[in-house]
Design a protein around this ligand. Structure first.
Ligand SMILES: Nc1nc2c(c(=O)[nH]1)N[C@H]1C(S)=C(S)[C@@H](COP(=O)(O)O)O[C@H]1N2
Ligand SMILES: [Mo]
Length: 413
């Protein structure tokens, strides 16, 4: 396929997604393999549930849209009993659960990095919260006698690059501890069958972890002692299954090619950043972060009708948010906001703050703290800077959670 044809295919696919999802917009896409749409405006972040029409989409290869009756998931590796699971078995032979999950692309906020990194220049729009219905992996694995001590579950997507010379498969390895805790094979989102672009007919769903872990169009699950690593996975019938775990989606300085690890024992992304065990963290659970949803950036407001309510969302992966502060002077001073609304593990909290403004232009910012006392840093620092209370620039533009880049300006009359 030529470059032009490929570009046209991608453009067509994005247009089709946009037609089905009127609350999203295409994000400037310089990297030629991404299909991405994000929340069209900040209003998405003034609501707890993200309608599918506003839920962001991100993947590398063309969307698959197979018939559910024909789809199978191959279950193998360290199990007493290997299996080919059809959709009927996945749906009907195990308990059904629904989990709330705030899905955030590890590249959300990448657009704020200076100097600019490669890839999709997301600002704030690649995070959404939905209810995902499916089958607990714990039940499926127990039923097949899986070895669960210190193992990993590797999930493989059915999508393949249509780019000549590219042989990567989309695979992610999830530590068994997390798999058994709350991961599901999801076949519905917000009570509807998965739309093709969200992984129809079935995807892995890893609550509270960066979106990259939730493999769409799952075609294979393998219980293994290591993550995808080594020759068995770099050349598995001529295909490389390690790229999206071991090279991409790792947090590292410019020019580094991260070493591939067989296994690791620190999973929390922030713990990895602080640990000596891992040089270049894997993007697993989401860092504490928040976004204002209302008022809209650039709004002109009137102070005549009493206080203005600032509303937004705050999340911390599979940790809980404990405090959200709001600043109306660009981060000079902070006041505590109030969390309200639904409170589920692995999903964001709504927050509100009653603001009595004076006329003029104001910069509004929010800043969240999680149950482990981690607070969003103030800004992102460049590659050679080393400042306290800052998020370090990294080559892939991953896991950004600084608060100031997310500030919005409003005018009060
Ligand atoms: N099979 C497959 N699964 C995938 C991807 C992909 O390229 N292929 N992209 C991942 C990334 S990077 C993200 S952020 C999430 C996005 O999920 P969504 O499109 O349902 O929001 O899907 C993940 N699952
Ligand atoms: Mo992503």
């Amino acid at each position: 396929m030529s470059n032009t044809e490929r570009g046209e295919n991608r453009r067509r696919e994005i247009d089709e997604i946009l037609e089905r999802k009127p609350g999203t917009e295409a994000v400037t896409d310089l990297a030629d393999r991404y299909r991405v749409v994000g929340a069209a405006d900040r209003g998405t972040y003034a609501n707890w549930l993200t309608p599918v029409e506003e839920h962001y989409v991100c993947h590398r290869n063309g969307t698959l849209d197979p018939a559910a009756e024909e789809w199978t998931v191959e279950l193998g590796g360290a199990l007493e009993r290997e299996a080919e699971l059809g959709m009927a078995a996945i749906r009907d032979e195990y308990p059904t659960v629904a989990v709330a999950h705030t899905m955030e692309c590890a590249g959300n906020g990448r657009g704020y990095f200076e100097p600019e990194t490669g890839s999709v220049q997301w600002e704030y729009g690649a995070v959404s919260t939905a209810f995902w219905t499916g089958t607990p992996l714990r039940s499926v694995l127990a039923d097949h006698g899986a070895t669960t001590d210190d193992t990993w579950l590797t999930a493989v997507g059915g999508d393949r690059p249509e780019v000549d010379g590219e042989n990567d498969r989309f695979a992610r390895s999830i530590p068994m501890e997390k798999v058994l805790e709350d991961c599901i094979l999801a076949y519905e989102v917000n009570g509807e069958p998965l739309p093709p672009e969200h992984g129809h007919p079935v995807r892995l769903l890893v609550p509270g972890w960066y979106g990259v872990n939730s493999v769409k169009w799952v075609t294979e699950l393998r219980v293994t002692e290591t993550m995808v690593h080594g020759e068995a996975w770099t050349d598995r019938d001529g295909e490389d299954y390690t790229r999206w775990q071991q090279s991409s989606y790792r947090i590292h300085p410019e020019g580094v090619d991260p070493e591939s690890n067989a296994t690791i024992s620190t999973f929390d992304t922030w713990d990895q950043l602080e640990s000596d065990e891992i040089d270049h963290p894997y993007t697993f659970d989401e860092n504490v972060k928040s976004t204002i949803g209302s008022p809209e950036a650039g709004a002109t407001l009137s102070s005549d009708e009493g206080p203005i309510e600032v509303v937004g969302v705050a999340w911390a992966g599979d940790d809980a948010v404990t405090t959200v502060e709001v600043s109306t002077d660009g981060g000079e001073s902070w006041a505590e906001g109030e969390c309200f609304g639904p409170d589920y593990d692995c999903a964001w909290r709504l927050f509100r703050y009653e603001w009595e403004p004076t006329p003029g232009t104001h910069r509004l910012v929010s800043r969240a703290t999680d149950e482990r006392g981690r607070r969003q840093p103030v800004r992102i620092v460049g590659p050679d800077e080393d400042a306290a209370d800052a998020y370090p620039w990294n080559e892939g533009g991953y896991a950004e959670n600084a608060c100031l880049p997310h500030a919005i300006e409003v005018t009060v009359e």
